[in-house]
Design a protein around this ligand. Structure first.
Ligand SMILES: [Mg+2]
Length: 276
């Protein structure tokens, strides 16, 4: 808001009114009182959509149907000697953590390992619609599933308990590959690729597919996605996640230390707006 010190009260009212109309978004963004609690309000629509929209559910079924078709196609044409596997991310690909996101709404703090660790240990994530059925189908075809997730080892027991209780197959030390050092998943993908022919990759975050997508600005992510155009829905099966992800990092240029007000501003500055 432009706040000019003019002693005529009528003028001040007029200028403030124009300022409010013209610069209402920057006013909010620059407010020193804009808190993490305010920023967490932006999770409401994304989380409501994941939890209540049948469209989200339909998209998940669609992703697993596409995965099944491509697995069948892969197996029908495969003539190699290595056993076949798929590589799947866990969070927002196979299991639904939206209750954790919903819990953040109304709180004055964001995601942190301090609260995420107890969530993992609670083992209360739900299965993504269609996930258990698909992975059981994979198993029935003699194909192994490797879970490559960036959950840290502190969450190993809770994750194993959660996945096993939901009915996922291959939940053991060999197949459950949590993050030990790097968040880059390529080293873990390479371990699988050494001994297996990987038919499919499943993920909600582009880093679940290739490291080429990691830590890139918005344009760079678009360019890599265009480059891999033929792989989407064939080898790479993508799941919708509007609540968090590397896309969010790109919007704030990796500046996780930015204040809530700064993040709010960067998010809003990234919008393409109707220039009426
Ligand atoms: Mg994920």
């Amino acid at each position: 808001m432009i706040r000019l010190k003019i002693e005529t009260s009528g003028l001040i009212v007029t200028i403030l009114a124009i300022g409010l109309l013209t610069f209402s978004t920057p006013v909010l963004a620059k407010s020193p009182n804009y808190t993490t609690k305010d920023l967490n309000e932006q999770l409401v629509m994304a989380t409501v959509w994941m939890q209540t929209s049948a469209e989200y559910r339909a998209l998940c079924y669609q992703a697993f149907n596409v995965a099944k078709m491509n697995l069948d196609n892969f197996l029908a044409n495969y003539k190699g000697s290595k056993p076949v596997a798929i590589i799947a991310d866990a969070d927002e690909t196979l299991i639904d953590n939206s209750a954790y996101e919903a819990w953040l709404i109304g709180k004055d703090f964001g995601y942190s390992s301090k609260t995420w660790t107890p969530w993992m240990q609670a083992a209360e994530a739900l299965a993504i619609p269609g996930a258990v059925e698909f992975l059981q189908y994979v198993k029935s075809k003699g194909v192994e599933t490797f879970y490559v997730t960036n959950r840290k080892m502190v969450g190993y027991d809770g994750t194993k308990k959660n996945l096993a209780a939901l009915g996922f197959p291959d939940v053991d030390k060999k197949h459950l590959l949590l993050r030990t050092k790097s968040s880059d998943k390529q080293a873990r993908r390479d371990i699988v690729l050494k001994d297996y022919a990987v038919a499919l990759y499943l993920g909600d975050n582009l880093n679940d597919f290739e490291s080429a997508f990691a830590k890139k600005p918005i344009d760079g992510r678009f360019a890599e996605t265009d480059r891999a155009k033929d792989l989407w829905g064939t080898k790479y099966i993508v799941f919708p996640n509007p609540t968090y992800g590397e896309w969010e990092a790109a919007v704030i240029e990796g500046n996780w230390g930015a204040s809530a007000a700064e993040k709010n501003k960067m998010r809003k500055d990234s919008l393409r707006v109707w220039d009426r």
